[in-house]
Design a protein around this ligand. Structure first.
Ligand code: PMP
Length: 360
């Protein structure tokens, strides 16, 4: 008898649901925090040439020396800190969890948070503890400190700004957590480009702090490039788990090329921030919705009947994220990525129509 999956696969994996990516073909795609803008034509032409000339028969530079140097400069990485690259920051979360999965170890985060923190803890065979945020999605510092004492987590992940809520946690509270943590604290700054705050300058102060960034939300989600910044003593260990060629030739070449023009991505981020403000004020003017403040490129809102509004939007060709049911604090919550002005107008019109639909 050949083995069945439930005889071979770990029970906690059998119990997991796969990360769901809904089909989006033909839809206005406002579900995944992508930058809606493409790159200028001249830069796209340069990229086309780079791709044409890329040595695809060769493995990529395993240590990506040139790209890392460009990133260190573009992101103003403090002197003395190293950079590790991942195939998206998802992969970096996985590397950290695999490395810290000592027997009985716990990964601690907040709830609701980026779902991959919990999923990847499970992949890595770690325990997971999620401390609920307060109803306004701010950090519950007392509960976090109590959970740290109770679980002695080897790793704490905090997204700053947080996904799916969009807010920045109180920086002093985050610092208290870093100081109280017996293990490492990873501040995930995936949405940094849309916020005016960072823990980058705290890296030198806190020996147990690591900082994660990604190019995904900045406009290069398709490239898959994330990075971890931290002290060499941590990164030397984590590098042992990074598969040697995790960042491909084409990703390295294109990322480096685009980063030669940091102004382009920053201008796009500024445009998205301006649209976020415009979209927020239009949403605030509507009856029947609660809007939560955002320092990210998406907005969390609460309606009376999230499922109905989500389906109504879908019928109008607009795809957003329905968070209802994912956590008690997210009851009737929807998350919309800030799109182009035109996409946002389409979203608002479809939203108004969907809010008005009778409940059946
Ligand atoms: N961190 C946070 C907080 C996110 O929301 C996401 C993507 N949704 C990621 C990390 C992963 O991003 P990527 O793998 O594209 O770098």
């Amino acid at each position: 008898m050949p083995p069945s999956p439930d005889q071979i696969i770990r029970p906690e994996i059998l119990a997991l649901s796969a990360y769901h990516v809904p089909p989006a073909s033909g839809m206005v795609k406002l579900d995944a925090m992508e930058n809606p803008y493409s790159l200028p034509q001249a830069l796209r032409d340069e990229i086309a040439q780079l791709a044409a000339d890329a040595p695809l028969n060769r493995y990529p530079d395993a240590s990506a020396v040139s790209l890392k140097a460009r990133l260190q400069e573009a992101l103003s990485v403090p002197a003395g800190m190293d950079v590790m690259l991942g195939n998206g920051s998802d992969e970096i979360i996985q590397i950290i969890a695999l490395a810290a999965a000592r027997p009985g170890a716990v990964l601690l985060s907040v709830e609701p948070a980026f779902v991959m923190f919990r999923m990847i803890a499970t992949f890595a065979g770690m325990g997971y503890a999620g401390v609920p945020l307060k109803a306004d999605f701010s950090l519950d510092l007392d509960a976090m400190l109590a959970a740290i004492t109770q679980h002695q987590p080897t790793v704490i992940f905090l997204a700053y700004p947080n996904n799916p809520t969009g807010n920045l946690f109180d920086a002093a509270a985050v610092s208290r957590i870093i100081e109280a943590a017996p293990g490492i604290v990873v501040i995930d700054e995936a949405y940094h480009a849309f916020a005016d705050a960072s823990f980058m300058n705290k890296l030198t102060q806190y020996p147990n702090l690591l900082l994660m960034r990604t190019l995904s939300k900045l406009g290069l989600a398709g490239l898959r490039l994330g990075l971890l910044i931290g002290r060499p003593e941590w990164l030397i260990q984590l590098e042992k788990l990074r598969l040697p060629y995790n960042v491909g030739v084409v990703t390295q070449l294109i990322a480096e090329k685009v980063l030669q023009h940091p102004d382009i991505l920053l201008q796009q981020a500024a445009a998205i921030k301006a649209e976020r403000a415009a979209l927020s004020s239009c949403l605030r003017a509507l009856d029947g919705i609660e809007i939560f403040p955002s320092d990210a490129n998406f907005i969390l809102l609460r309606v009376d009947e999230a499922d109905q509004v989500f389906q109504g939007l879908k019928q109008h060709g607009i795809l957003i994220k329905n968070l209802d049911g994912s956590h008690p604090l997210l009851k009737n919550c929807l998350r919309v990525t800030v799109g182009t002005p035109d996409e946002n107008v389409q979203f608002l019109a479809a939203l108004q129509a969907s809010l008005k639909q009778p409940i059946n």
